[in-house]
Design a protein around this ligand. Sequence first.
Ligand code: SF4
Length: 277
Amino acid sequence: MSLIIREIKVKKALSKSGLPEYDYALNPYLGCQHGCVYCYARDFTSGEPATRWGEVVYVKVNLIEVLSNEVKGVRRGIVGLSTITDPYQPIESKYKLSRGALGILCDSGFHVSVQTKSALVLRDIDLLRQCGGMVDVGLTITTMRDVFKLIEPNTQAPLVRAMTIRKLARAGVKTWIFLGPIIPGINDSRLDYEPIIRLAKETNSQLIIDRFRPRKTAVGLIKSKLGVNPIPTTDWWRRTISELSQLCSSYGVNCITEEDEWRSRRRDGSILDYLHD
Ligand code: SF4
C-alpha cells in the first residue's frame, strides 16, 4: 500500500495537551505511517488521515515558521512531541519537522518529551545532547516477540528500538520506555515483557506501563484482524500488573503505570501505588 502525502499549512504549532503530563502537544504530522492496529490517535484526528489511518499523512509544511513566532509569546512548559502521531515516522527523514521543532523548543527554554517507535530519532542525537536536561526520549516497545508484526505492521522491529534506546542512553540522553498497550491474549505474557524490563534496567530507563484502553475502532480491528477479544478485565489486569510489579522489583527497575503518571504528573511514582489502591 503506497502512502499518500498531502502538504498543508497551519496557523498554530503548539496546542494545549489533553495529557496531564504535558503542557503542550506538538504534532508535525496528521496521521501516522506506522498504522498500529491498536492506535488511539486516529480517534483524536479528523478527516482523511483518520478515516484512512496509515495510508494518508498530512504534513504541516510551515510548522517551523509558525513555531518560531509562537514561542515568543507562550509560557514555557513541557511539550509532548508527539501525542497523536509518531514524530519520527519515515517521512520525517525528508521533512525534518521534528528536528526543526526540537531545536527551536530547546533553544527557547521548553522541555521536550519525545515519544517514538523509530531509530530515526538517532539522526538528531546531536541536538538531543545539546538540549541536555531539557529533553527526554521514550521508545514504545510492546513486546520483544515477533507478535509485534500483527499489531504494529509498519514499524521497526523491537530489537531496533532496543538498539536505539541503548545508543541514546550511552549518549547521555534521558530515556524511558513505554510498555503499552498491553493487550489481553496478544502481548501479556512474561516472554513479552521480561526482556523489556531487563532493557529498562540496562539503560537506566523508567518503564511506563499501560493496559489496552478499549476504543470502538481499535477493538473492532483487533477482533476482525486477529480474532482476539482485547477488552481487559479487572482480574486480568490485576494478575498482569502483579507479575510486572514483581519483575520490576526483582530487577530493580523504576516502573509506573499510566495511572500513576496521570496522578502525579511526574515520573517518580511507583507501580506499587497502583496495587495498593
Ligand atoms: S506509532 Fe503511535 S501514532 Fe503511529 S500508528 Fe502507532 S500508536 Fe498510532
